[in-house]
Design a protein around this ligand. Structure first.
Ligand SMILES: *Cc1c(COP(=O)(O)O)cnc(C)c1O
Length: 433
């Protein structure tokens, strides 16, 4: 498979180069040259295949001949080594739970796939050892710490802002060691991001380190996420032939994957972009003018994104045609007040606990099936509610069971170093050369 840069279609690379580069040298996002629909007989018989068979069929074309089938199968087995259950919530609305991985948010699949793909090429001598730099405001760091831990050929520095992420998220990052270097930054998320950007172009460092990043712009994040939609379809009752998906969105990686699954031939009706008040896409659909926003803090903080990077890929897949995009995508946004009410209502009426992100997905699904009578909608539950215990305990009370993945980290020792500025950070990286 060939990928080109969205800034210059003549800049072309293969899967391996796109993976290691992250962004093209011209700062463009990589986009696949073609998306070839899967065999009809495969799509109509999905439930006869197991998860691994489905994954190989769906993903192979995006890797091309870069990774042999045997190795790709091992990478996939590891990346999706947990459940993706679909549960009925109410008439016409189901939930796809994506939080059964080790960090209990959907980003586990992408992080595990990315780390194994990088390691695959390094072990075969294609690339030098890499050092991954990630700035995080929570879930990405947690998934990356767990997904990259003890992966051969890769060191990871994870920068997070001191006192600005939840206690659980901090534990999920800072209790790792070995090849994981948790860095607590005395500053904001933007300071973390600035340090990463400065380091990536600092000649003193780049002469010694082979840097890359692992954020949601990397193709290795959206490629395995296309699987979620196929896994959901295999579990639909036979009388439901077509469904829509409501996707709680921030940087639009997941939503882009949903569109790719439709392009691959999955019979997806509509795709609902469900947002909190950070809603530049909904505004774009209404006004026809895309304006980035300054992000505002909300309960569903993994979606506090004012200018989603993957929306460029969404635009491209619709040939920048807004009317075409509106036929497939519907966009809705909801306030924190509505989010809390939704968590309460779903618990009361259906005995199901949503986290704030899933609750926004539920609200989008509810609105969509209300507008389109008789249609079915699946919303994504992107994180386990316990990760947001402090935010929602007022809404649902204290009667929680701590899930085992989170219980085990609560007693572990914190292992991060604190840095106050870039010079500090640079010294710290150098000391680990
Ligand atoms: C990252 C994240 C999102 C947003 O996903 P995008 O692919 O960036 O749109 C939603 N919910 C949770 C819990 C997340 O961690």
């Amino acid at each position: 498979m060939i990928y080109f840069s969205l800034n210059n279609k003549n800049h072309r690379v293969n899967f391996r180069e796109a993976l290691f580069n992250g962004l093209a040298p011209d700062r463009g996002l990589y986009f696949p040259k073609s998306i070839i629909p899967l065999r009809k007989s495969f799509i109509s018989n999905l439930s006869n295949y197991d998860k691994i068979e489905i994954s190989l069929e769906v993903i192979s074309q995006f890797i091309g001949n870069q990774i042999d089938e045997e190795s790709l199968k091992k990478i996939i087995e590891h990346s999706i080594d947990f459940e993706f259950p679909l549960k009925k919530i109410e008439e016409n609305i189901s939930v796809l739970e994506l939080f059964h991985g080790p960090s209990m948010a959907f980003k586990d699949v992408g992080a595990r796939f990315t780390s194994r793909c990088l390691s695959h090429f390094i072990r075969r001598g294609y690339d030098r050892k890499v050092t991954v730099l990630v700035a995080t405001s929570g879930d990405t760091g947690a998934a990356v710490a767990s997904g990259f831990h003890r992966v051969e050929g890769v060191d990871v520095f994870i920068l997070y802002p001191k006192n600005k992420i939840s206690n659980i998220q901090e534990r999920q990052i800072s209790t790792f060691s070995d090849n994981i270097f948790p860095v607590e930054v005395d500053g904001t998320f933007d300071d973390c991001q600035k340090m990463v950007k400065d380091a990536l172009i600092d000649k003193d460092l780049t002469s010694n380190f082979n840097f890359t990043t692992a954020n949601s712009i990397n193709i290795s994040r959206w490629i395995p996420q296309t699987l979620y939609y196929f896994f959901a379809y295999c579990q639909l009752p036979p009388d439901i032939k077509k469904s829509s998906f409501s996707i709680p969105s921030g940087n639009y990686g997941n939503l882009f994957s949903a569109i790719v699954s439709k392009e691959l031939g999955l019979p997806v009706e509509n795709i609902i972009s469900s947002n909190n008040i950070n809603n530049p896409v909904e505004r774009y659909f209404k006004s026809g003018i895309y304006t980035p926003m300054h992000s505002k803090e909300t309960l569903s903080n993994a979606m506090d994104v004012g200018d989603p990077s993957n929306f460029k890929r969404v635009n491209k897949i619709f040939d920048l045609d807004l009317d075409k995009m509106r036929e497939t995508i519907h966009a809705f946004s909801f306030t924190d007040y509505q989010t809390r009410d939704a968590i309460k209502d779903v618990l009361k009426n259906f005995k199901y606990i949503c986290d704030p992100h899933g609750a926004i997905g539920y609200l989008g699904a509810k609105k969509y099936v209300g507008n389109n009578l008789g249609s079915h909608c699946i919303f994504l539950e992107t994180a386990h509610y316990y990760k947001f215990f402090d935010e929602i305990k007022n809404v649902i009370g204290n009667e929680f069971n701590v899930p085992s993945q989170l219980a085990s980290i609560l007693n572990k020792e914190k292992n991060s170093v604190t840095v106050k500025d870039y010079i500090d950070f640079k010294d710290y990286i150098n000391s680990n050369l």
